[in-house]
Design a binder for this molecule. Structure first.
Ligand code: TRH
Length: 366
């Protein structure tokens, strides 16, 4: 079938990151996919090689009408994160549905959360009563961590690739002079506890290799480093802390970054899921929301993860909830966190992945 996915880039990279991964998963499953996105610029580094079966269409309200004229209506319309596709494109979809006399599913793909209400809303219909889509029915599709949600994006063969990964070879290929020290990968916004973490790592005594992702993480580290009098704008040592700043890399390489670490710091939505598949201890900085709604979302996730107390405490401090000293990142603590993550990953692996569930759901609604 022919699927149109609509994506609007709000900020950061997750909207496009999730939609690209979704488009690739559908194409790999044999579907024809068009990804309509208002700002596709990040694909230049996130997916430089593109993906067979996925066409990227740059859309905005001005271009939508002309794009709609030239393109056949899809069999399935995916509206990612409530991005509200242009009315011309909805009208074309509605017209095709009426003309064919066949129901064409309109799916609202929602943000990821472990909160209990997700299970209640997942799959519910929402009749469209106004506008060019009047008469159609949207369905809410919620990703999630339990059997009663739409599951998580997980490519076939991922576990095998993960098991075959050679961290020393990958680090060497990145030009990182790894000498067996503990590796931390950092992908964050501006966590309030970052300066304290950097100061502690710089004190040692054991050396740590910190791999810093491009963009906000790099700027946050350079702003948060203890004043050691040196120039730490570039890669280099800060006491016992050995820092490598990475360029923006394709999604597959971003996975390898997470696989190479002993402890991952991730953020947002997509990298959280990738950290779970990596099976390595991780700390998540949730996407902050003004009304503090993200606090409940964070607690719900830590409940689902069955996070040990030290991991809960670290998460609260990392997300600016509460004050005090960060828990120690000693071997025993990381081992404890690793058990929780791999147990959670096992629970997820016995569930169908999101593409499988979405295709089944669409088949039922067509
Ligand atoms: O970038 P994010 O903070 O995106 C956020 C979240 O998705 C949030 O839920 C959403 O509301 C907001 O955007 C609008 O974090 P996230 O979700 O992990 O997305 C990052 C994507 O970028 C992910 O697909 C991984 C990818 N990435 C690379 O592929 N290479 C890189 O070098 C880096 C740094 C990221």
């Amino acid at each position: 079938m022919h699927w149109d996915i609509f994506c609007k880039v709000i900020d950061n990279h997750g909207d496009l990151g999730v939609c690209w991964r979704l488009a690739c998963g559908l194409a790999t499953a044999g579907e024809e996919v068009r990804l309509w996105v208002d700002d596709a610029s990040a694909l230049s580094w996130m997916a430089p090689a593109g993906q067979g079966g996925v066409a990227v269409v740059h859309w905005n309200t001005d271009s939508a009408a002309s794009e709609a004229d030239g393109a056949a209506a899809p069999d399935v319309l995916i509206e990612a994160f409530g991005c509200d596709p242009a009315p011309e494109l909805i009208a074309r979809f509605a017209e095709a549905a009426r003309a064919s006399g066949r129901k064409r599913p309109w799916i609202n793909l929602e943000y990821l959360s472990a909160e209990p209400w997700v299970e209640r809303l997942h799959g519910l219909p929402s009749p469209v009563s106004a506008g060019p889509g009047a008469g159609l029915v949207k369905h809410f599709f919620y990703p999630g961590f339990s059997e009663r949600t739409g599951g998580l994006l997980r490519e076939t063969g991922l576990a095998g690739q993960r098991q075959r990964f050679d961290r020393a070879a990958w680090l060497r290929a990145q030009g990182i002079a790894w000498r067996g020290e503990t590796v931390l990968a950092l992908f964050c916004y501006e966590p309030p506890a970052l300066p304290a973490l950097l100061a502690r790592l710089a004190e040692g005594p054991a050396p740590t290799r910190l791999l810093v992702a491009a963009g906000r993480p790099t700027r946050a580290v350079q702003a948060g480093l203890p004043d050691a009098g040196g120039d730490f704008g570039g890669a280099g040592d800060c006491g016992a802390l050995r820092i490598s700043y990475l360029p923006a890399v394709p999604q597959a390489e971003f996975d390898h970054l997470l696989w190479s670490a002993d402890l991952n710091f991730v953020r947002g939505e997509d990298s959280l899921v990738r950290a779970l598949w990596a099976g390595v201890p991780f700390v998540w900085q949730i996407y902050p929301q003004d009304d503090g709604a993200h606090h409940a979302k964070l607690e719900a996730f830590l409940d689902w993860l069955q996070a040990p107390p030290s991991l809960r405490r670290f998460h609260r401090l990392w997300n600016g909830i509460g004050t005090g000293a960060l828990p120690a990142l000693d071997a025993e603590t990381l081992a404890d966190w690793g058990v929780a993550v791999r147990s959670a990953r096992h629970r997820l692996y016995v569930q169908d992945d999101l593409i499988t569930q979405l295709r089944r759901f669409v088949g039922q609604k067509s």
